[in-house]
Design a protein around this ligand. Sequence first.
Ligand code: ADP
Ligand code: MG
Length: 238
Amino acid sequence: MGQIELKDIRKSFGGVEVIKGIDLQIDEGELVIFVGPSGCGKSTLLRLISGLVEASDGQIIIDGDDVTGKPPAERELSMVFQSYALYPHKSVRENMGFALTVAGMPKSDITAKVDEAAATLKLEDYLDRKPKALSGGQRQRVAIGRAIVREPRAFLFDEPLSNLDAALRVEMRLEIARLHRKLGATMVYVTHDQVEAMTLADKIVVLQAGQIEQIGSPLDLYRNPGNLFVAQFIGSPK
Ligand code: ADP
Ligand code: MG
């Protein structure tokens, strides 16, 4: 579960190609991070995987199924955005279970799934609160909880920590690392923060202008940056 393959994926907006032929294999259970400067195509690539953006060319294969052209709902992936977009008038429990309610799951099953996710995220004591009564970190946890209850094949994160202050960012980074170990789930994570990438990733994909500059483990990239751009971006000594 959660193997994702991109084959020569391309995307143009108004005749301008912003994703220029990406080939990438993401293995089951891997935490893969897309890094690169603003505008290099990180969010677009994640949206292509999720189905929020349709590819101009190429193929996307998830667990052996060709999902190219399929809508997001049929891809069984969960996306976590930087703006958590919680429903302000619903409780934490209702926010976390909302997608399951819409899908028509029996109430007792929803309760069980929300309770389990809340325990994983240490939100048990906050289930009856409204989002405004939560801290930024707790809200972010609710947004992640909403993704967990859907039991996706993979989690997609687009700069999930960029709205948080520095201390909270460190805390949530550790939280995501813990969650990844605990769930063993495939995670694809976009950030422009090198520290986040270097500390969290199993595999880093360095993007520049819609193309892959280099793929490797944090240590690989640090020790053997393929070019000056990667070296400068990763902050390696060469
Ligand atoms: P990043 O997330 O790395 O900052 P994006 O994927 O958001 O980069 O954007 C990559 C390029 O694609 C940018 O030049 C951006 O302006 C352009 N782009 C992204 N989405 C759209 C869109 N919906 N319409 C037109 N251009 C877009
Ligand atoms: Mg972006």
